[in-house]
Design a protein. Structure first.
Length: 161
């Protein structure tokens, strides 16, 4: 699978070779594909799985309390689980292949940076939806676009350095 992805990316690389380094191009292409996939997943989860409704959970160990979680929070978290896995694999095996760090260290660092990115993204998502009244799928796209730069710096300078 790695070979197919890199061959495809290498085919198009000459179009942008003068403007960006290959590693940055790979990161943009793989990250972009993962990002667009996450937007689609968020939309599907929000619209069709969680049906735009708040879910109520009865949790025994919380003294028989009900916990309410919004559809956009559930959609965001579920999407994060998918995109985290795909993102790590793409970054490890396609983008940052020259890293000499062991896989478990990379996974820990990736998890840490992804958790920070996810938290920041969720805060922005909540702000956009609840304060600015932006439609959740649009708010999700806006929040993730803001986080992309932060994520790239974290991956390059920390996770796969």
């Amino acid at each position: 699978m790695r070979k197919i992805i890199t061959t495809t990316l290498d085919f198009f690389y000459p179009l942008v070779k003068r403007f960006i380094p290959k590693e940055t191009y790979y990161y943009a292409a793989c990250g972009g594909a993962n990002l667009v996939s996450s937007w689609i997943l968020f939309f599907v989860f929000y619209q069709f799985v969680f049906l735009k409704e708040t879910s109520h959970f009865y949790i025994n160990w919380l003294n028989d309390k009900h916990v309410a979680i919004s559809a956009y929070t559930l959609s965001s978290f579920t999407t994060f689980c998918f995109s985290f896995s795909i993102g790590f694999l793409l970054n490890r095996y396609v983008v940052f292949t020259k890293s000499e760090l062991k896989a478990n260290i990379q996974l820990f660092r990736y998890g840490l940076s992804a958790l920070i990115s996810y938290t920041l993204s969720w805060i922005l998502l909540k702000l956009f939806i609840e304060t600015l009244s932006i439609f959740p799928s649009i708010a999700n796209i806006m929040a993730t676009c803001i986080i992309v730069v932060w994520s790239y710096i974290m991956q390059r300078k920390f996770t796969f350095k």
